[in-house]
Design a protein around this ligand. Structure first.
Ligand code: F6R
Length: 611
């Protein structure tokens, strides 16, 4: 949410060009407006506008900027409409300080009134502008000293980059609650919201912690805390390639990521299946056999798609490890005074590892005495670093705002965790564990087979492109898939869609069904299949148009349904990894046919770092 980048170098490269490229890569974090500022001509020169990064690029072609250091921003509006005036960078009264910011300054109104009372003139409606004026007013010999003094008055979250016209070549960064990392180059240094912005230039990154202030100059970088104590932070290597954040021939990142799933599922499994012993190797969990034995219950905290994978995970873990699992919306959990106790294991699921609600829920669980494990995709992210242990998805960067490959890898990870706990607690016989591991190992091949359904899904999309509503129904482990299918459709095509447990339909939503209503049923051959077929009959009797996702070889649905998409058979608990893929493709194609901007859906942004 909001992309921040800053750059300083020894003059071999033009800062404006680097910042602009970084903004292109960060645009998935927010795309309401964009802006850039560089040290030039003894001052700070900015260009900014409402719109996308390509619009900023056009502006820069007409009004070029050059410099050796600068900061830039792509915005997801919180305070103030997405106008050119409200675009970052924001400046103080004399235009000597420039600030870009991700996060929310909670006491911005109070600060603004006080600053206006002291004679400051504001130009925007944003919370961020208060920071520029506060720094202007703050004492200190250096810009970092003034930033520290200003932050004393601030309540809220920030990932900040600041520059002062008085200290050309210097960028000051500060982090509290919003992700920020440094990039270490050769004679050049970067600060960015995430590594995608800088991977072209360096793979060496330093993740900042909350409370860190970093100073970057062409000569090097220093990190210290608010009391000016030096902080030593490890330098990490980014392990993925530039290729993984480029389209590589696909039209959209969402499409690319859907098609990557055979590989990403394989990558999640790699090195983790130990067939002879029938166990999953999950070294990062940091749970001893005694810890596993002592778990009385599990609470999963997550948001959105990750919450849906948590619902699938509940059934997998309850079934394989016989531990009761509660799945909580992270945003609700943290305000309910969690009753987590020593014997509760809390699992935070998050693709980005930065979702503010999930992070806060995890902290609340820890404060209540629970051990916390993270299931996270982004290596080195805040949730990963703050967990007691964890499992990485290893699905590679997910750039599409609509999450796809993370969902399937999360389910696979939860399945690995289920076998692991089932084994540790001595509940699953060896043969059953081995059988389950074999089913897991087959998934990449089966995913590739489901992806081959794309032409059929595309034809379906053409038929349903003008739908105004859609209902997704499933039972058991496929009920969360219904929720996920509906979420995918609504977020990128803006068609109203609801997911429901199939049997719950008759308690209300059945009233919506008529000849216009597409109803997508998740109906793989499993123990609830015949019940799902009864629910289909109820829909058919009311004229609803049924699309069924069922199992290959299934010949029973006949004329009951209008369309069938058949996925390969697998272990029932793993079927969501396959049944969700046609729904991802359906949402994608409907959105494309409706002319929607699939990778930049209205009002959304990747990585929700505000609460
Ligand atoms: C939907 C989607 C969101 C995220 C949610 C949590 O397609 O992407 O619902 O799943 O914002 O994000 P993470 O997993 O990064 O915590």
């Amino acid at each position: 949410m909001c992309g921040v980048i800053g750059y300083t170098g020894d003059g071999r490269r033009d800062a404006a060009a680097i910042l602009l490229r970084g903004l292109h890569r960060l645009e998935y974090r927010g795309y309401d407006s964009a802006g850039i500022a560089v040290h030039a001509d003894g001052g700070i020169v900015t260009r900014k506008l409402a719109g996308r990064v390509p619009d900023l690029q056009e502006l820069l072609a007409l009004q070029p900027l050059h410099g050796v250091s600068g900061i830039a921003h792509t915005r997801w509006a919180t305070h103030g409409a997405p106008t050119s005036r409200n675009a970052h960078p924001h400046m103080d009264c004399d235009e000597r300080i420039a600030v870009v910011h991700n996060g929310i300054i909670e006491n911005a109104d109070t600060l603004r009134r006080a600053l206006e009372g002291c004679g400051h003139t504001f130009r925007t409606d944003t919370d961020t502008e208060t920071l520029a004026h506060l720094i202007e007013d703050s004492p200190g010999e250096t810009v970092e000293a003034r930033v520290i003094a200003a932050l004393e008055h601030v309540v809220g979250t920030y990932g900040l980059a600041v520059m002062s016209a008085d200290e050309p070549g210097k960028i000051v960064a500060a982090r509290q609650g919003s992700p920020l990392l440094l990039g270490i180059g050769d004679g050049e240094y970067f600060v960015a919201s995430d590594a995608s912005a800088i991977i072209e230039y360096t793979r060496s990154v330093v993740h900042l912690d909350d409370g860190d202030i970093a100073v970057l100059t062409p000569q090097g970088y220093h990190i210290f805390d608010r009391e000016s104590h030096v902080q030593l932070r490890p330098v990490d290597d980014v392990t993925w390639d530039l290729e993984s954040i480029e389209l590589g021939g696909y039209s959209h990142f969402m499409q690319k990521e859907i098609f990557e799933q055979a590989d990403t599922v394989r990558s999640t499994l790699r090195g983790r299946l130990v067939f002879e012993e029938g166990v999953a190797r999950l070294n990062g969990l940091n749970l001893t056999p005694e810890d596993c034995d002592g778990i009385d219950r599990i609470t999963i905290v997550a948001c959105g798609t990750s919450w849906h994978s948590g619902l699938v995970g509940r059934q997998i873990i309850e079934s394989l490890a016989q531990i009761p699992v509660a799945v909580e919306y992270a945003s609700e959990y943290r305000y309910r005074r969690p009753l987590a106790a020593r014997n509760t294991l809390t699992i935070a699921i998050s693709q980005s590892g930065e979702t503010a609600d999930t992070l806060q829920a995890m902290r609340a669980a820890r404060a209540a005495g629970s051990r916390v494990v993270g299931i996270v995709n982004v290596v080195g992210s805040t949730i990963a670093r703050e967990s007691d242990g964890g499992i990485y998805l290893h699905a590679g960067p997910e750039i599409g705002v609509a999450s796809t490959k993370a969902f399937t890898s999360q389910i696979v990870t939860l399945a690995l965790l289920g076998v692991y706990l089932g084994h540790q607690r001595g509940l699953l016989p060896l043969a059953a564990r081995q059988e389950f591991l074999c089913r897991l190992a087959q998934l990449p091949t089966l995913v590739a087979r489901v992806l081959a359904l794309e032409p059929d899904v595309r034809r379906l999309a053409e038929e349903f492109v003008h739908a105004r509503n859609a209902l997704y129904l499933g039972r058991g482990v496929n009920f969360p898939v219904a929720l996920e299918g509906a979420l995918k459709l609504k977020e990128i095509s803006y068609i109203h869609a609801e997911g429901y447990p199939a049997a719950e339909m008759k308690h209300g939503p059945i009233a919506l069904i008529d000849e216009e209503m597409p109803v997508v049923f998740l109906a793989p051959h499993d123990e609830v299949y015949t019940k799902v077929v009864s629910n289909m009959q109820e829909v058919r009797a009311r004229g609803g148009r049924i699309i069924a996702i069922t199992t290959e070889g299934n010949g029973d649905l006949g004329t009951l349904v209008e369309h069938q998409l058949r996925v390969p058979a697998t272990a029932p608990l793993l079927s969501p990894v396959l049944t969700v893929i046609p729904l991802q493709l359906l949402a994608y194609h409907i959105a494309v046919l409706r002319g929607c901007d699939v990778d930049r859906p209205r009002n959304l942004a990747k990585s929700v770092t505000v609460e």
